[in-house]
Design a protein around this ligand. Structure first.
Ligand SMILES: [Zn+2]
Length: 263
């Protein structure tokens, strides 16, 4: 993993033009990194896994391992937390601090703190607990506002460990997920920023996820292609297998839900 000094301008995921707040790196550690060590500040080790669950930013395919653990390290890295095991290394957490500064850390920062006794910068430590609480509360409110069966409109913005990750319009902080089985295993290439119609078919309390059902196949929208990390637009995903269509029929045969999806 590319490493950066703490509190240097964030440069890791720079092809998203909408990121305009001043953003600083935290905890992007590698084999050569030198950092302060000590016992974690009270509350930090409890709040970090909550952010890793409820506010995943810049989700990647696959995982970064921990370079500090050395050869033979567990991959992907996972850590126990009060709410259960959390797998780390495939997303960032972004935490707003004072003066409008955002701190961006790989979610592996939780592992660095509890296993390698990494002490993040004080401004980050101060900002994390409040943000974790706010994100957990927002998740509960979102679930209440999107009852199971609510029709939704989303766009593909990245990957998660369980499938395609969507950012529903009107809920920019919510990452919703389509289960992998809708597309079948081994279908790696999907198109980013493709509007699709979807239906909420379930909520997961384990992670900040809304499980969606794709109703229509993703449609290409002119002018919406954006580069993937490897450069160039990826190809459109194949349609769901027949099994998914049967699911879709069952899903839409339910009584119509209350249309509470935000605009
Ligand atoms: Zn490690």
């Amino acid at each position: 993993m590319t490493t950066y000094e703490d509190l240097t301008p964030y440069a890791y995921w720079r092809f998203e033009p909408e990121e305009t707040e001043p953003t600083l790196d935290v905890g992007r550690l590698g084999r050569e990194s030198r950092f302060e060590v000590g016992e974690p500040e009270p509350g930090l080790a409890d709040a970090l896994p909550a952010l890793a669950r409820f506010h995943r930013v810049h989700v990647t395919r696959g995982w970064h391992g921990c370079e500090l653990c050395g050869p033979g390290a567990e991959y992907p890295v996972s850590e126990p937390s009060a709410a259960g095991e959390v797998t780390l290394g495939s997303a960032e957490i972004h935490v707003p601090g004072v003066d409008g500064i955002v701190y961006a850390a790989p979610n592996l920062v939780f592992h660095y703190v509890v296993r390698h006794h990494y002490r993040p910068p004080a401004a980050f430590v101060r900002a994390v607990p409040a943000e974790a609480e706010a994100r957990a509360r927002a998740w509960e409110e979102t679930k209440r506002s999107l009852p199971v069966g609510t029709p939704m409109h989303g766009r593909i913005v990245g990957y998660s460990g369980r499938g395609l990750s969507f950012e529903p319009e009107g809920s920019p902080d919510l990452k919703a997920t389509v289960p992998f089985e809708l597309y079948g295993p081994g279908r790696d290439d999907v198109e980013y920023h493709v509007p699709v119609d979807a239906v909420v078919v379930g909520h997961s309390d384990q992670e900040r996820q809304i499980i969606l059902q794709v109703v229509d196949q993703p449609r290409r929208t002119p002018g919406e292609d954006v580069p993937t990390r490897s450069g160039g637009a990826a190809s459109a995903p194949p349609g769901p297998p027949p099994r998914s269509r049967r699911r879709s029929s069952r899903s839409t045969a339910r009584p119509p839900p209350t249309p509470t999806c935000r605009p």
